[in-house]
Design a protein around this ligand. Structure first.
Ligand code: PMP
Length: 424
């Protein structure tokens, strides 16, 4: 039975049962229309209302200023690895083109522009990646795949300071950031490795000038669980499937100054001449923004579920995301406390300074044979209704994902089991 289980899976993740019950009803008959929410046209007034109210509640919960646009997209976090590259490279080229036209006058020939831009692309176009775990690594690999490795600057590879493994974030003074990168990419919370940035990096804080760092943040596994200094980011993105709702939609929060009418990303014809990739239209932020996220068929059901989760969060926490943050920190602290109390039995993967509150990754070392100990640990967990604890296949170990929908009582059950297993 659902009530007997606490599910610690990393995503798709647990959703509040009352939200699912409401969604199940809406799937059959939405607000007495005789038609389910997944059957209504995405262009109906009803769908637009669901979309707009979900966006408004998201902005309310996270205090997103109205200098930002919220786009509901598809393609997941992985789609955003590519989308951020396409779009921000096109913005970079457009800024350079405008600058050249300012310097050389409106009558500058197309040929001269292209020649000069080609030179600038080769010598100055750089994308910076802070590689702190498996997902930021993947994002950097996508940049190398789309553009060529010569354009990708891994400003930080956290493995080098930690015996080839993720688990620490080295001092900012060791990062090798480029001058005026087209983007600086960071993953706030590394779902596989259990590493989370404890605070926004000083080196990336806005400078107040237009030339300040263009920061992209992957919030896939931490969104809605902590306050975000939104204005430090140019783009914030996340898939819905961990803290927001069901799998299928991806949210992009983007500074309006990166969109028309402020800036129109470089035209496909120019990008083609420069040998740079052109965004597929469904990953083109300007297109999605212009169409209020309804350029093509959007899953309104997914938006509806996300909206219900947000309504519940707003009703539960009068102080909005700060309240949820306190709850997440309480839950994580109670698990880390037990793990730390038995150093001969458990070893937390991430360094104390960067421990994730969302994905608590650890090894079970009891008795010396880690493989066997972890198997036994998982077996006992399942017997107690504690499921989804197996670590990511690439790293092994145990991972307890502590997303928002996991109740404190479920976390307490796990804490009790951790203690029982350690002392048995
Ligand atoms: N970034 C992070 C931090 C993730 O945890 C994930 C998925 N677990 C992704 C990106 C990829 O997301 P998706 O599966 O939605 O493409």
């Amino acid at each position: 039975k659902r009530e007997d289980i606490t599910y610690f899976g990393a995503g798709p993740a647990y959703l509040p049962s009352d939200v699912l019950a409401t969604a199940a009803g809406a799937l059959l008959n939405y607000e007495e229309t005789g038609l389910g929410v997944a059957e209504h046209s995405h262009r109906s007034e009803l769908a637009t209302n669901i979309l707009n109210s979900m966006k408004a509640d998201l902005a309310e919960f996270l205090d997103i200023p109205d200098t930002y646009e919220i786009l509901i997209m598809q393609g997941g976090g992985s789609g955003e690895f590519s989308a951020t590259i396409y779009n921000l490279v096109a913005v970079w080229v457009e800024k350079r083109r405008k600058q050249l036209v300012r310097e050389r006058g409106e009558n500058v020939s197309e040929e001269e522009l292209v020649k000069e831009l080609q030179k600038q692309v080769q010598t100055e176009l750089r994308l910076d990646y802070l590689v702190t775990g498996s997902w930021s690594l993947k994002a950097s690999q996508e940049a190398a795949r789309l553009l060529g490795p010569e354009y990708v600057n891994v400003a930080l590879d956290a493995r080098t300071a930690n015996e080839g493994k993720f688990g620490k974030i080295p001092e900012e003074s060791t990062w090798k950031l480029s001058q005026k990168a087209a983007l600086v990419y960071m993953c706030e919370n590394e779902t596989v490795d259990g590493v989370e940035f404890p605070r926004f990096p000083k080196a990336l804080e806005p400078t107040g000038s237009e030339d300040g760092p263009i920061v992209v943040g992957d919030f896939s596994s931490t969104i809605l669980s902590r306050r975000i200094p939104v204005e430090n980011y140019s783009i914030i993105f996340f898939g819905a499937q961990k803290n927001l709702g069901v799998t299928g939609i991806t949210v992009t929060i983007i500074k309006k100054s990166l969109l028309p009418p402020t800036i129109s990303p470089a035209a496909p014809s120019l990008l083609r001449k420069l040998g740079l990739p052109i965004a597929p239209v469904i990953l083109d932020y300007a297109t999605i923004a212009k169409n209020n996220s309804l350029y093509n068929t959007l899953s309104i059901f997914d938006v509806y579920v996300a909206g219900q989760v947000l309504k519940k969060l707003l009703a539960t926490f009068p102080d909005k995301v700060d309240g949820q943050q306190a709850a997440a920190e309480r839950k994580a602290a109670s698990l880390y406390a037990v793990l730390d109390a038995y150093p001969d039995v458990y070893r937390v993967v991430a360094d104390k300074s960067v421990r994730s509150r969302m994905n608590i990754c650890f090894r079970v070392t009891k008795g010396g044979n880690v493989d066997e100990a972890e198997k036994a640990f998982l077996k006992g967990a399942v017997e107690r209704g504690l499921t989804g604890l197996k670590g990511h296949r690439s790293v092994g170990g145990i991972r307890a994902s502590n997303y928002n929908a996991i109740p404190e009582s479920g976390v307490q059950k796990l804490a009790v089991y951790l203690k029982e297993y350690a002392t048995a």
